[in-house]
Design a protein around this ligand. Sequence first.
Ligand code: DX5
Ligand code: ZN
Length: 219
Amino acid sequence: MRTQAIRVAPSLLACDLLNLASEVQKMEAARADLLHVDVMDGHFVANLSFGLPLVAALSQMTALPLDVHLMIANPQTMAVRYRDAGAARVTFHCEVQADVRTIIAALKARGSMVGLALNPPTPAEAVFPYLDELDMITVMAVTPGFGGQAFMPSVLPKVSALRARIGSRAIDLGVDGGIDANTGRQAVAAGANLLIAGTYVCAAPDRAAAMDQLRRGTC
Ligand code: DX5
Ligand code: ZN
């Protein structure tokens, strides 16, 4: 039985970047639950996107919690800086060559909520050792680096396995990449309670309606 409400975190990556302030205001008006900020370093993923200055600027202009997704190779030095810049929650990838537990502890010491993300080929078991320390787990349904990619249904069993393993822990289980009304429903049916969506929400003529539709994705 599902006990957690489904929440939606629109990704800014698909927004009109030349009008970012107005885009954020539109997301607030459309009742986004969180604002997902994709940080890429050109090393961990084959693309560059946003960085610390943007997170700092966003934190000054919106009350929406900033959900910062670090697709970077060196979270051991950078993750806490994103917290200091104003992130409410910081998610980094469990595939990084770094001491995951140390990074989690450093973020927690600064009062941050902490998430771990898994790339499509990474098994659920990779995050099992950290469950008692996490606030969020993000299952990538695309190879990270770019918005607008097709959802990989092959990750759904991993979502279910994580939901089962999470048990009664207060951990948000998110799915990121290729989320629309149809794939969002599948993700929720598999056990997700947080849907991260860029293209679908940003392109919707009525973003509030699009996010409400995602929230209704009951199984
Ligand atoms: C992919 C990012 C996603 C992306 C989602 O690297 O982590 O958050 O912005 O965008 P869509 O919804 O377009 O797949
Ligand atoms: Zn993301």
